[in-house]
Design a protein around this ligand. Structure first.
Ligand code: GTP
Ligand code: MG
Length: 196
């Protein structure tokens, strides 16, 4: 699939305002500042999604399409300390609802900073996806920040921790800056969009 043909469709304030639940959708989720928007931009080789040094930048659910049947979703980051607790709870609820109810959702890319992966909220998200039988690609982002040896060790450790869940979860190191893991991301999305 040619991901550089992706184009922006809409920004939805909540799950209920997303495009019709048809075709195939893949969502990018992770903590604020994990590198979701950067990963989408690297994948599509475009400045589609706004990136920022300020965490919590993406507040809306940004939707992109590859063609009529295939969408990419940039979900708002979670875990941003400055967001009021009520907003956090509301977002947690709608994220859970999205993972449970969205029929077109065929894969979830979970992005976590390689220097501090598998936080409580990441695990909540992963558990919801596993419960809904949604395959997961865990990308350990900003891998350029670690030396090769440490990078590999982190990937192995996260793989080991997630193996216990006995679910469809793949783990790779990733860097939008250096292009690490970009092919693995595209291949996994091809699988989800085109089927086996
Ligand atoms: P929210 O939309 O706020 O949830 O954040 P996000 O997950 O979309 O993160 P975003 O892509 O905006 O990146 C956050 C910060 O991390 C920016 O300053 C990026 O430049 C930086 N960043 C993203 N990817 C990488 C990477 O691969 N390597 C390095 N070194 N920095 C990165
Ligand atoms: Mg973003």
């Amino acid at each position: 699939i040619k991901y550089h043909t992706a184009s922006f469709i809409t920004s939805a304030p909540d799950i209920s305002k997303l495009p019709a639940d048809a075709g195939i959708e893949v969502a990018f989720a992770g903590r604020s500042n994990a590198g979701k928007s950067s990963a989408l931009n690297a994948l599509t080789d475009q400045k589609l999604a706004r990136t920022s040094k300020t965490p919590g930048r993406t507040q809306l659910i940004n939707t992109f399409e590859l063609d009529e049947e295939k969408r990419l979703i940039d979900l708002p980051g979670y875990g941003f300390a400055k967001v009021p607790i009520e907003m956090k709870k509301k977002w947690q609820r709608s994220l859970g609802e999205y993972l449970q109810k969205r029929k077109s959702l065929k894969g979830l890319v979970v992005l976590m900073d390689i220097r501090h992966p598998l936080k409580d909220l990441d695990m909540d998200l992963i558990h919801w996806a596993v419960d809904s039988e949604i395959p997961i690609l865990a990308l350990l982002t900003k891998a350029d920040k670690l030396k090769q040896g440490k990078r590999k060790a982190e990937v192995l450790q996260v793989r080991k921790a997630l193996a216990d869940l006995d679910a469809d979860i793949t783990v790779h190191a990733f860097s939008s800056l250096k292009g690490i893991g970009l092919n693995e991301l595209a291949w996994k999305l091809d699988d989800w969009y085109l089927g086996p």
